[in-house]
Design a protein around this ligand. Structure first.
Ligand SMILES: CC(C)(COP(=O)(O)OP(=O)(O)OC[C@H]1O[C@@H](n2cnc3c(N)ncnc32)[C@H](O)[C@@H]1OP(=O)(O)O)[C@@H](O)C(=O)NCCC(=O)NCCS
Length: 189
């Protein structure tokens, strides 16, 4: 079945009791740099470690360009009662034709285990299926990333298959799990 995405003109602001998701701005660069410079977190997220905070302007520009090309949406995650973001969450459109996107999320280590990731994922999933018109969301997770796997299972994803890492690669040699959530199999949580 072919359908069309209802891609927004501006990054929408999304709210839930504990968190607000909003457009990324220059103000998010210092906290992005702190997160991205955490080697343990970066390897789990599959991101390279930036050399300097100035790279943050390229990071922001890349997300703005992806949005302009209707290739993805990335939000800053702001906990209730705060003005500063503590992480980001986003959808990268992997098939416009089949309305499939990949979910990505990173939260600063100091804020892990407080339910922020789960709340942010709920908001993005609701938006993705009810407004954007996605048919399926996928997520690739390192097998040892127990927090991310638990988060995905809590918000309704199921494990589809295992993808072997590249044994020749220094940075990409670990096995991944591919999780999926489709609009048809979804139960509101
Ligand atoms: C994955 C990540 C986004 C989770 O965000 P979070 O805000 O800490 O998640 P939550 O607090 O909502 O917790 C989600 C669940 O994981 C569980 N969890 C957290 N750490 C865990 C761990 N080390 N082992 C097992 N479960 C864990 C929590 O207890 C919770 O489950 P529960 O409600 O049943 O207790 C965050 O850990 C992170 O940014 N990690 C580094 C980057 C990354 O891995 N990104 C995802 C790449 S696919």
């Amino acid at each position: 079945m072919s359908q069309t995405l209802n891609f927004p003109d501006a990054v929408p602001k999304l709210f839930r009791e504990a968190v607000c998701l909003r457009e990324l701005t220059e103000e998010d660069i210092p906290t992005w740099f702190e997160r991205a410079s955490d080697p343990g977190s970066a390897v789990l997220a599959g991101d390279p470690i930036p050399e300097s905070v100035e790279i943050g302007f390229q990071w922001l520009q890349r997300h703005r360009e992806r949005f302009r090309q209707q290739a993805g949406i990335r939000w800053a995650i702001v906990p209730k009662g705060s003005t500063q973001s503590v992480g980001t969450i986003g959808l990268t459109i992997t098939s416009k034709q089949e309305c499939i996107a990949e979910l990505g999320i990173v939260i600063g280590r100091a804020y892990w285990g407080k339910g922020i990731g789960t709340s942010a994922a709920h908001l993005v999933i609701d938006y993705a299926f009810n407004i954007l018109g996605l048919a399926e969301i996928q997520a690739e997770v390192l097998q040892r990333n127990l927090a991310s796997r638990r988060l995905l299972e809590k918000v309704g994803f199921h494990l589809l298959n295992t993808m072997p890492g590249d044994l020749q690669s220094d940075t990409n040699s670990e096995d991944f799990f591919l999780y999926v959530l489709s609009s048809q199999n979804r139960t509101d949580t």
